[in-house]
Design a protein around this ligand. Structure first.
Ligand SMILES: NC(=O)c1ccc[n+]([C@@H]2O[C@H](COP(=O)([O-])OP(=O)(O)OC[C@H]3O[C@@H](n4cnc5c(N)ncnc54)[C@H](OP(=O)(O)O)[C@@H]3O)[C@@H](O)[C@H]2O)c1
Length: 288
């Protein structure tokens, strides 16, 4: 008889994410262990508890999910988790701090339904947050030119520097929205993502009209006002004046499917590491 599926939720925040826990249960996890305030120094002991309790043939029924609101903290925990594995003694692990990987995958896949991203000029407003950074990374990986936006130039520059360290061939530029005529920096954009903090408009209708090449506009902010003025939060590829538009809840449906499919995949082997690219690829298979 196969062992129960155990998911070990490692969350660096004071309270482990309820959202992540509910999705885990809804994805068919039998037992969920919720660890909060997880520090790097805690990780080795937690991982040893996971890998030394079941024999190698049963380890695919144990998996680790790394959440929390800070992606950099999540990435540091992921490194520690991997370094605690050895030989066949490992379990599969998924990183989705703040929902960044699943949300970015859903947003970029939504765009890719309508446009060849390898030829696209992508602009990411709010490109310094967890979701925006992952969108920039996934779009750049497809070969798009990506303009990363922030209110402050030094913040968007630093994201571009970090992304260039993943692949120096990626085509990246930075821009600042707290500057006069900032719209000139993205005037040729064909795809626009808004990944700003909830409840803030990042681009007005007048500014939007200046983007004459725009084919796709995707807003991830569900809290009014919309991040992209005029975008309906429920939109799922609605055509508005020749632009395909998605709102946050419109993208959220695919995001939830990707999150659940990724959790399901964890229990198919004991050596998977699901980060931005792998989660994107799972989403890609889902939409066919
Ligand atoms: N639809 C879904 O399924 C889903 C799932 C997860 C998240 N979300 C949404 O996706 C969006 C991005 O999430 P996130 O966690 O990456 O966001 P975040 O970290 O809260 O914010 C992203 C960026 O927004 C900018 N920002 C902050 N306050 C601002 C303000 N007052 N005015 C303008 N810009 C401001 C900041 O960039 P600078 O300081 O560099 O300008 C920040 O780095 C959020 O709206 C979130 O609610 C949607």
């Amino acid at each position: 008889m196969s062992k129960p599926k155990i998911l070990i939720q490692l969350d660096p925040d004071d309270q482990p994410s309820v959202f992540d826990s509910v999705v885990a249960i809804d994805s068919g996890v039998d037992q969920l262990f919720r660890h909060h305030s997880v520090q790097n120094s805690d990780v080795e002991g937690l991982v040893h508890g996971a890998i030394f309790t079941r024999g190698p043939k049963d380890l695919h029924n144990t998996a680790i999910f790394i959440g929390g609101h800070n992606v950099h903290d999540g990435e540091a925990i992921l490194k520690k988790v991997q370094s605690a594995f050895f030989g066949p003694m490992s379990v599969s692990v998924m990183l989705d701090s703040n929902g960044a990987n699943t949300t970015a995958a859903a947003a970029v896949l939504s765009a890719s339904k309508h446009i060849d991203l390898s030829k696209a000029k992508v602009a990411v407003l709010g490109g310094t947050g967890p979701v925006g950074q992952r969108i920039a990374r996934l779009a750049a990986r497809q070969g798009a030119h990506v303009a990363v936006g922030s209110r402050l130039l030094n913040r968007s520059e630093s994201v571009c520097d970090e992304l260039s360290q993943i692949d120096s061939k990626w085509s990246l530029t930075s821009f600042a929205t707290q500057s006069d005529n900032w719209i000139d920096s993205i005037r040729d954009a064909t795809v626009l993502f808004a990944a700003g903090a909830a409840g803030y408009e990042l681009i007005s209708s007048d500014e939007l009209q200046e983007l004459s090449e725009l084919k796709i506009a995707i807003d991830l902010n569900a809290v009014p006002p919309a991040g992209i003025a005029g975008v309906d939060v429920m939109a799922t590829g609605n055509e508005v004046h020749g632009t395909m538009v998605y709102g946050a809840i419109g993208v959220g449906g695919l995001k939830m499917k990707i999150h659940k499919a990724s959790l399901g995949k964890l229990f198919t082997a004991n050596n998977l590491v699901l980060d931005a690219n792998e989660i994107y690829d799972i989403g890609s298979e889902l939409i066919g």
